[in-house]
Ligand binder design. Structure first.
Ligand SMILES: [Zn+2]
Length: 468
């Protein structure tokens, strides 16, 4: 089979509303397509996956148990822990590898936020499917054939933010400037000022840092580069309104958010010009369900619904997952959109791995960041949750390290500032906070790595004000 690395559809898509007509299909047509592929995939797993054959048998599911989406609820979830065990039991790609090793042409690794990294395998067909879904997503975010795109995600370590993004850009006829966040800020900025990219992809905090570094280290304004689109993902910051505005102003460009994950693909949720949440872009290869994270019961994607995303790959050959619990907690921001796409829109507000339980209240660090961003310019916007307790649950107050502004408002005492922050946190998140104020510039900025909002111990910083 020959690989066509530039999709024939790419050039034609440039004038269409979406990269693929599938994104514009009405929900009933999507359901019909998904039913057909789901039933086929279920049979494929019974034939080809030792892992799922065992799992389905243990749940008492026969060969015809899954024919439509309505049957999914009887199938047990697949967890990250199960996949890790499967990988350990049968290296390199686990007992859930469902294609012959000879047909595997690519592999990628997850970042392994908890425990060891997870490895996934792709056949030729899987690789094209990943590129197609990612190209649709990048297109929704405003990237077009002919764009020159600065690569601000990490290029190394086998992450999907590296090579697979490069492949997706090439597939859609855009050009990736393959330096990567790990290539270093100096090199990235030099390439940006030399080559004048029309778009940049990266994590939101890193793109902000890049703009600030250009000013601080080179005395140059990144707005002179003429970037048109900022495409961000990898952490929730792009969905935080105040942070989004700051990044857009710093670059003089429009920002759109995207989301995906190693286990299912690269990118399969993406925000359109409406900037009101991310559409599912690959309903023909992935079934997304919304569940109550506590009971596991499915919920419909209705406006305002929240829940955890569960995914089933319906076209995957090499490393398919079925009812995989992603750990991504989302809010449905809309089911209709001015762009014409018919798939629901979501915002991700946190991951199960990051969730803290403070006196019985579930709390995502990104929600804390949201509140602190909203307090600028009285503070710098930088905040860290100090989770100096075992596990994820505490009966103590929420301990926060908040960085002071470079120029604090006249007449505002530190005591009053602290009270204001604590009141805002209580008002927005219903938890009592103990706030420590760190000197301006003392909280470490995120470099190539994702920003870590939660610290397990108080960092060694001089001049922190306020004690608990
Ligand atoms: Zn839209």
């Amino acid at each position: 089979m020959q690989v066509n690395y530039v999709s024939p559809a790419a050039a034609a898509a440039a004038v269409r509303a979406a990269f693929s007509p599938v994104e514009l299909l009405d929900p009933a047509a999507v359901t019909a397509l998904q039913n057909e592929r789901l039933a086929r995939q279920y049979r494929y797993l019974l034939e080809r996956s030792a892992f799922y054959r065992r799992k389905f048998a243990a749940a008492g599911l026969g060969p015809d148990a899954v024919r439509t989406l309505d049957d999914l609820a009887i199938v047990p979830f697949t967890t990250k822990a199960e996949l890790r065990d499967s990988l350990r039991a049968a290296p390199p790609f686990g007992e859930h590898l469902a294609a012959p090793l000879a047909e595997v042409i690519q592999m990628q690794a997850s970042s392994g936020t908890t425990g060891s990294p997870s490895y996934v395998a792709l056949t030729q067909r899987d690789a094209v499917s990943w590129q197609e879904a990612s190209a649709r997503s990048l297109f929704a975010c405003g990237i077009r054939a002919g764009d020159l795109v600065l690569h601000g995600f990490s290029m190394s370590k086998g992450f999907v933010g590296g090579l697979p993004i490069f492949q997706a850009l090439q597939y859609m006829g855009a050009v990736d400037i393959p330096i990567g966040a790990d290539g270093g800020i100096e090199r990235l900025l030099a390439a940006a000022f030399d080559l004048r990219p029309s778009a940049i992809v990266g994590t939101p905090n890193f793109l902000l840092h890049l703009a600030e570094a250009a000013q601080a280290q080179l005395g140059r304004d990144v707005r002179e580069i003429g970037v048109r689109r900022l495409v961000v993902g990898g952490e929730p910051g792009g969905g935080i309104a105040a942070l989004r505005t700051r990044i857009e102003q710093a670059w003089g460009a429009k920002l759109c958010e995207l989301m995906g994950g190693t286990d299912l693909g690269v990118i399969y949720w993406a925000e359109c010009d409406a900037q009101d949440g991310m559409h599912m872009t690959a309903p023909d290869s992935i079934v997304a369900e919304l569940i109550d994270p506590d009971t596991g019961l499915t919920r419909p994607f209705t406006d305002g619904a929240t829940g955890e995303l569960v995914y089933t790959a319906i076209e995957r050959e090499a490393s398919p997952v079925f009812r995989f619990r992603s750990g991504d907690h989302v809010l449905v921001t809309g089911t209709r959109c001015s762009c014409g796409r018919r798939q629901p829109k979501i915002r991700c507000f946190g991951r199960t791995d990051d969730m803290l339980i403070v006196r019985g209240i579930n709390l995502f660090p990104s929600a804390v960041q949201d509140v602190i961003e909203g307090l600028r310019p009285a503070v710098s916007g930088q905040v860290r949750v100090i989770a100096d307790f075992e596990g994820h649950s505490t009966q103590a107050n929420l301990k926060l390290l908040v960085e002071r502004a470079e120029h604090e408002p006249a007449g505002l005492t530190l005591g009053a500032l602290r009270q204001e922050i604590e009141a805002r946190i209580r008002g927005a998140l219903a938890v009592k906070a103990d706030v420590l104020l760190a000197p301006h510039g003392s909280i470490e900025k995120p470099g190539a790595a994702k920003v870590k909002l939660v610290l397990r111990a108080m960092p060694a910083i001089d001049g922190v004000w306020g004690g608990c």
